[in-house]
Design a protein around this ligand. Structure first.
Ligand code: NZQ
Ligand code: ZN
Length: 389
């Protein structure tokens, strides 16, 4: 470990199939005005809404709702939610849903008392809140983003064709508590389940594929990836398998709750490419990552060959005997491709609605970062997107 870092993650987790019973304990800590935030209605169909509302009522809370938070929440929706939370004089923002709902609650939290425009301040200038923020709690129903235990919040601005994530530095923006019941994820459609699985995998890769030092974090990352591969194969065939779904849920949280970033610069270029694809197509986040990953990793492999070889051996079990480093690394990516196809992930951006004419726009919207093994040039971004079509 060569880096210097501080580590603090204040989110309290309640995990397991009876975890919702702890909501009351948490509610006691906050005032009476709760803004309940949820998506397009899945929680009404599967009964989670009724369960949560019952607990809120039993605790004497005034409930105001922000419903209809869409996947890839938009700036317009953020403005709407900020107004609702202001009028409600919110004491707690309770997000019940997936990453979109949870990210959105954090965006509302930092914007309610902010006099500046949140898009300008947080998503273009990447400033930190200078106003009072509201506490966020989360009941998670979709697994993937890690938003339940991190300070990330991604907002899409369709007018500007931009989808931008801000990972806030202030730990206060992380959910104060998150309730993780693997059973809640069982009603997810297969498409969302596997998109979430790939999102998790890629979060680990983004942090793993950086740095050359011998780093404990990399060994943790390999263990998480191996567990995810095993559980995802089980869940893919048997989505009701509680053990597999529960492992996937737990892995998702650890994949992006700041632990794996310790001592690492982090690559995150797949996410930059995926977010730019998402800004144009509004496609499901995990699928946008899957669609650009292989062309990207093929491209950077020569620059991080040692790590790609290690990935092949330690994550995919490739036997390195009598093979060149390139051959081993290549076999690792082949194994990864097989697994991605097995799950039924999007393997190119055309499947997500992008076409050749969009590549220019997507390339322009792709932020170029410098934490990985190769800082891309704009031409390379364009080339990778062409390969992803
Ligand atoms: O809106 P409802 O009706 O609830 O339906 C949702 C939505 O359509 C549905 N769903 C969720 N739980 C369900 C369910 N359907 C049936 N049963 C359930 N139990 O699933 C759909 C997708 O939900 P969404 O919350 O959009 O998915 P996800 O968790 O993947 O979140 C995606 C957002 O998170 C951002 C992404 O960019 C995207 O905007 N990310 C946030 C990150 C962070 N905070 O650190 C990092 C990630 O890399 C990511 O960028
Ligand atoms: Zn992601």
């Amino acid at each position: 470990m060569l880096g210097n870092f501080n580590y603090c993650n204040p989110t309290k987790l309640y995990f397991g199939d009876d975890s919702l019973k702890n909501l009351s304990t948490e509610l006691e800590k906050y005032g009476e005005n709760v803004v309940l935030i949820y998506g397009g209605g899945s929680i009404k169909k599967n009964g989670i809404y009724d369960e949560v509302v019952k607990i809120l009522e039993r605790n004497g809370k005034n409930i105001t709702e922000i419903s209809g938070v869409m996947p890839n929440p938009t700036l317009e929706k953020l403005y709407e939610g900020v107004e609702i939370a202001r009028v409600a004089n919110a004491d707690l923002l309770l997000a019940v849903g997936g990453g979109s709902v949870c990210d959105y609650a954090k965006a509302v939290s930092v914007s309610v008392n902010c006099e500046e425009d949140p898009w300008e301040k947080y998503y273009l200038k990447f400033e930190e809140p200078t106003c009072e923020t509201l506490p966020v709690g989360c009941v998670l129903t979709m697994v993937g983003t890690g938003s339940e235990m991190n300070a990330g919040s991604v907002i899409t601005n369709h007018e500007q064709k931009l989808k931008i994530g801000h990972v806030f530095a202030d730990e206060k923006i992380m959910p104060r508590f998150s309730i993780l019941n693997p059973k809640y994820t069982m009603t997810l459609p297969h498409y969302q389940m596997v998109a979430g699985i790939y999102d998790i995998f890629n979060h680990i890769c983004e942090q793993y594929f950086s740095g050359d030092d011998d780093n404990t974090t990399d060994y943790i990352a390999e263990g998480l990836m191996r567990s995810l591969i095993v559980s995802s194969r089980i869940a893919n065939k048997d989505p009701k398998n509680y053990e597999a779904r529960s492992n996937i849920m737990w892995t998702a949280t650890w994949a992006l709750n700041t632990l794996l970033k310790m001592g690492k610069s982090g690559d995150w270029e797949v996410h930059m490419l995926g977010q730019a694809v998402g800004a144009i197509t509004n496609a499901t986040h995990g699928m946008t990552l899957a669609a650009v990953s292989l062309p990207y990793y093929q491209h950077i492999m020569p620059y991080g060959l040692k790590k790609f070889k290690r990935f092949a051996e330690n994550v995919w079990g490739v036997n390195a005997e009598n093979k060149t480093d390139e051959q081993v690394a290549q076999e690792g990516l082949c194994e990864m491709e097989k697994w991605m196809k097995e799950l039924g992930l999007a393997m190119n951006i055309s499947e997500l609605g992008a076409n050749k004419q969009n590549i220019d726009d997507i390339a322009k919207a792709t932020l170029i970062l410098d934490g990985g093994y190769k800082t891309l040039t704009p031409e390379e971004v364009f080339e990778i997107l062409k390969q992803s079509i």
